[in-house]
Design a protein around this ligand. Structure first.
Ligand code: HEM
Length: 409
């Protein structure tokens, strides 16, 4: 479907067949991103990974992220950090004891910052003098964005200073310590690490991890718990499996335990299908292409509607129903090779944290289901739960989920 957006055109892809054509056959031609006002400011003019166009800076940053987030040895290191709840999305910061911001402030910044990356200006759709003038008139939007930028910038500077201070420590500029060290090492090779351009590049990537790496994971955990409380049979089945294969009265679980709990993984997959944290993936054509026989000119925004594809009636039986069992004996995975399930995207721009994020979610859910039994507050029934969502790039549950945990003994 082609939609006119101001002076620009957007194409929305809502079938797995068309998605395969864009993300596999035409990946090289469509692996750049459209430019938007909020993302431009918060990414230090696209010096990041997520919002950057297909440039040399993206290639450099992407390489570091692949080493840091996809590398098997790294994942093993993160495993112990996750089990100890120590590391904060690979930034080398402890969320619970962070002196710069308290937990509440971090949650507020992540939510407001994520929304701000999706902010658009008039010039995004009416490029040229007219759009720029209209944006100049919209002072309020700019002031809010600048305030957000300043708060986030101060936090990234704190993370960088922390790393530079401990040059001799385990996290200094040892490129193998974490992604911040990896980025500092990269920009050090490119010249002075402290130059503004280089610092912007490190901060751009920090923005991706901080704003893109926390809420996306939390959103899936919240939806998984929402679906489980609405489907007590699935909740019971998951808890029985977990507690019987892991044994009762364990004080602590480890990530190795995940290898033994099959049904929990089906629950996570089904949650990815029905509630992808990033329901629409933005791409842009870099030259004229043909998709499903239709001509798409260069510089057309292409939005892959992952949410609609996850509910495509041609592919999924009872698509609106939460049925984790549908993935039993199925090889359909979420790592970018199956175009009917694309929560992490696919191709060159596939989420580099796909394994890290999915195991974080599985491990979080495992702990919640093993140690606690869950119920709705008195007087609330499952039918009362609001299933609406809200957002612009990542979508979260509109009405917070309220559950009562009871420690399982
Ligand atoms: C449930 C959790 C997550 C989901 C659903 C998710 C989803 C996505 C999606 C859909 C994309 C765009 C893919 C495309 O264009 O084909 C993406 C890109 C990205 N994600 Fe994730 N993500 C998650 C967690 C994370 C985490 C934890 C991190 C970092 C610690 C992360 C870092 C990134 C980065 C850096 C990119 C940009 C890749 C690029 O444009 O080259 N994501 N993610």
């Amino acid at each position: 479907m082609a939609v006119p957006l101001g002076f620009t055109t957007a194409v929305v892809i809502s079938s797995s067949e068309a998605a395969e054509e864009v993300l596999k056959t035409k990946d090289v031609e469509t692996c750049t991103r459209p430019q938007m006002l909020g993302a431009r400011r918060l990414s230090y003019n696209f010096k990041d990974i997520t919002f950057a166009q297909f440039t040399d800076t993206w290639k450099e940053n992407h390489k570091v992220s692949m080493v840091e987030l996809l590398n098997f040895k790294k994942l093993q290191t993160f495993k112990s950090l996750k089990e100890e709840e120590m590391d904060f999305m690979c930034l080398g910061q402890n969320l619970h004891t962070n002196k710069f911001f308290d937990e509440e402030k971090i949650i507020q910044l992540v939510m407001e910052g994520s929304l701000a990356t999706g902010e658009f200006g008039v010039a995004d759709f009416y490029p040229g003098k007219l759009g720029n003038f209209a944006d100049w008139l919209l002072q309020r939007k700019r002031v809010i964005l600048e305030k957000m930028f300043k708060e986030l910038d101060d936090f990234y500077q704190h993370v960088i200073d922390d790393h530079l201070k401990s040059l001799d420590g385990p996290r200094g500029t040892d490129p193998s310590a974490d992604i911040v060290s990896g980025m500092l090492n990269l920009v050090g090779k490119n010249g002075t690490p402290g130059s503004k351009r280089n610092l912007d590049q490190v901060k751009g990537v920090l923005m991706n991890l901080f704003l893109g790496g926390i809420d996306t994971v939390a959103i899936i955990l919240i939806w998984a718990m929402t679906e489980l409380i609405r489907h007590p049979r699935a909740m019971k089945k998951a808890q029985e499996e977990i507690r019987s294969v892991l044994g009762e009265k364990r004080e602590k679980l480890t990530e190795e335990d995940l290898e033994k709990v099959e049904y929990l993984k089906l629950i996570v997959k089904e949650t990815f299908r029905l509630h992808p944290s990033v329901p629409t993936i933005p791409r842009e054509s870099m030259c004229p292409i043909k998709i499903q026989g239709y001509d798409i000119p260069a510089n057309t925004r292409i939005y892959i509607n992952v949410w609609a594809i996850g509910r495509e009636a041609k592919v999924w039986e009872n698509p609106e129903e939460f049925i984790p069992e549908r993935f039993m004996d199925s090889d359909v995975h979420f790592k970018g090779q199956h175009y009917e399930l694309l929560p992490f995207g696919s191709g060159r721009r596939l989420c580099p944290a796909v394994s890290f994020a999915s195991s974080t979610i599985e491990f979080g859910l495992l702990n919640m289901l093993y140690f606690f039994d869950w119920s709705l507050p008195d007087g609330v029934v499952a039918e009362d739960i609001d299933m609406g969502d809200i957002g612009n790039i990542s979508f979260y549950k509109k009405v917070p989920l309220l559950l009562v945990p009871v420690k399982h003994i």
